[in-house]
Design a protein around this ligand. Structure first.
Ligand code: CP
Length: 306
């Protein structure tokens, strides 16, 4: 079956359909807790790296659709800990479930999975590669705030642009909407060439800077954590971990209509004094993951909303 491996695979038409279905599901969930659309289906969640939002929202999405979930969390609790290969693990998952979501520290792990088994595979984060379903819920959030359709929207990405897989996915999705992008990061954590090439090919206008003051001119600020788990030299991480702090004072000097996003989890880079500020949409963003993941599961299993 069809899988979700990279943000690159979505056409503008696909994206329009996902946004529309997510919106409909958001409406339906207002009055119903179980849509009873996936009676006989099983989702397997295979998370070999830590997660709160992605795994729980995928599982909640499956339950809200009336389906069932089986799960293995952490390498130590699967037979991978006994030396079983990922391939053999996946062959089991293929026979026990109809669709699976996988998070793994190795870039390309979900693509390998999709080549190995016949059921649809969802990339729920592959190392410093991509996190396409996060990119889609980010896109939905930007859309719900009216910025996707507006001319001259500008989006700033702040923090760890090198290792931030959510950024790698979201910029590819946003490349279809004519938004201007600003990449704010220490030079060492700037946009990898691979993604710069994709943006160039798509004709996206963008700029790179180390200066957090560049946040002041944009409509959307997408802040990210410095990804400690991806650094081979821990001293490097220590050097960058507090590179940027976005707080009420800084946002007070930004555009009146700015929205502040963050894929979460956050450390110090978004101050908690911003949580009650009008601009803060990061918890709403995480909440949107439920509707978007419901839409994606339905699409992959080719089950239509009535
Ligand atoms: N945004 C995100 O992927 O969060 P989790 O790591 O908690 O799933």
């Amino acid at each position: 079956g069809q899988s979700i491996l990279s943000a690159q695979q979505f056409s503008p038409q696909d994206l329009a359909e996902i946004l529309e279905t997510s919106r409909r599901l958001e409406g339906l969930l207002g009055s119903k807790k179980n849509l009873k659309l996936l009676d006989d289906y099983i989702l397997a969640t295979l998370f070999f790296e830590p997660s709160t939002r992605t795994r729980l929202s995928f599982e909640a999405a499956m339950h809200r659709l009336g389906g069932r979930v089986i799960s293995t969390v952490g390498v130590q609790f699967s037979s991978l800990a006994k030396g079983e290969t990922l391939f053999d693990t996946l062959k089991m998952v293929e026979s026990y479930s109809d669709i699976c979501a996988i998070r793994h520290s190795v870039e390309g792990a979900s693509s390998l999975a999709a080549r190995s088994i016949k059921i649809p595979v969802i990339n729920a984060g592959d190392g410093a590669g991509e996190h396409p379903t996060q990119g889609l819920l980010d896109l939905y959030t930007i859309h719900r705030h009216g910025y996707l359709e507006r001319a001259k929207t500008s989006v700033a990405f702040v923090g760890d642009i090198k290792f931030g897989r959510t950024i790698h996915s979201l910029i590819q999705l946003l490349s279809h909407y004519g938004v201007h992008m600003v990449f704010i990061a220490p030079n060492e954590l700037q946009l990898p060439q691979k993604y710069a090439d994709l943006l160039d090919k798509a004709g996206v206008s963008y700029e790179k800077t180390e200066d957090i003051e560049a946040l002041r001119s944009v409509n959307v600020g997408y802040i990210t954590r410095i990804q400690e788990e991806r650094f081979t030299d821990h001293r490097e991480y220590e050097r960058f971990k507090d590179a940027y702090i976005v707080d009420r004072e800084l946002i007070g000097r930004c555009r009146e209509d700015i929205i502040v996003m963050h894929p979460l989890p956050r450390l110090s880079e978004v101050a908690t004094d911003l949580d009650s500020h009008r601009s803060a949409v990061y918890f709403e963003q995480a909440n949107n993951g439920l509707y978007v993941r419901m839409a994606l599961i339905l699409g992959l299993l080719q089950v239509e909303l009535p």
